[in-house]
Design a protein around this ligand. Sequence first.
Ligand SMILES: NC(=O)c1ccc[n+]([C@@H]2O[C@H](COP(=O)([O-])OP(=O)(O)OC[C@H]3O[C@@H](n4cnc5c(N)ncnc54)[C@H](OP(=O)(O)O)[C@@H]3O)[C@@H](O)[C@H]2O)c1
Length: 317
Amino acid sequence: MRDLTNRLVLGTMYFGTRTDEATSRVLLDRFVEGGGRTLDTADCYSFWTSESGAGGQSEAVVGAWLADHPGLRTDLEIASKVGMEPREPGAPDSPPQGLGARVVERSCARSLERLGVDSMDVYWVHGEDRSVDLAEVVTTLGGLVDEGVVGSLGISNHPTWRVERARALAHALGTEPFTALQLSTSYLRPRPGVAVPGKDHRFGFVVDETWDYLAEHPEMELWVYSPLLLGAYDRSDRPLPEAYDHPGTTRRLEVLDAVAREVGARRGQVVLAWMLHRGPQVRPIVGASSVEQLDEALAAARIDLSPEQVARLDAAC
Ligand SMILES: NC(=O)c1ccc[n+]([C@@H]2O[C@H](COP(=O)([O-])OP(=O)(O)OC[C@H]3O[C@@H](n4cnc5c(N)ncnc54)[C@H](OP(=O)(O)O)[C@@H]3O)[C@@H](O)[C@H]2O)c1
């Protein structure tokens, strides 16, 4: 049986806020028991749902859980992010802290403290900060790798040209390059140029150029956020955003339904399985607030789609 569970990433964005600590711990236990090993968090999760307007609850819950399972640390891949925590927590429209050297170094130290670890495996820049010279960002992040507090570097919500420029700078400066992208995509595609509510990063979506870039750079991974469109594939209470209202959606849903029937799975599970079948570079980050949702994601990683089913899913547009 095909089992790609170790490529699934558990998104912990609402752990400690919308998802209470007890439930979060159950989900973490279940994910690890089910064969999962990678956790995604951020210093800013999730400031928009916290009373104080500051983030950190997700890292704190993961850290408390890790402290109770000290033997697990070496088996796990832990990723956090920097850059999007508000400069003034609670203030409406506060700008994000960004990627200045002092912010990054301080935030990294706080993330490690909250997680209760000496180092994390992947450290992401969460969004763009064009007020800081890219060479400074690259040098600061590379310094964290040199110090041994960060294993590898990822870059989220940046256009491909800035990713490439950052990697070229890292090579020129002899420092660690970014080796992972974090962007949003799913099986259904929004109409070009139409805003998707809640997706505010201008360059937050996978585009055709992203796939071309990955094909030319097999050393890079793509971690996909919001792959389930917040559950809209399987839930009548979660309508698809208006941006998905076009004939391509109808055609893709028809094929998705057909394949789902053939393999005896739900739509969202086929979406995850299809994504995992794209190859070892692609890793969906799934959010879950209940054991049932998590179990569905874990089971999806074991669905063996045939090449013909993948080709049919790919072809619908
Ligand atoms: N880099 C970035 O800028 C960025 C942005 C967003 C997210 N992320 C990362 O990506 C992770 C996932 O993001 P996301 O929460 O937007 O992704 P998602 O996987 O598309 O949505 C997760 C939500 O979908 C619903 N759901 C999940 N499984 C379901 C199922 N089997 N049946 C019905 N509903 C189901 C749940 O909603 P309910 O909980 O409401 O039931 C769940 O919380 C985050 O935790 C975070 O780590 C990164």
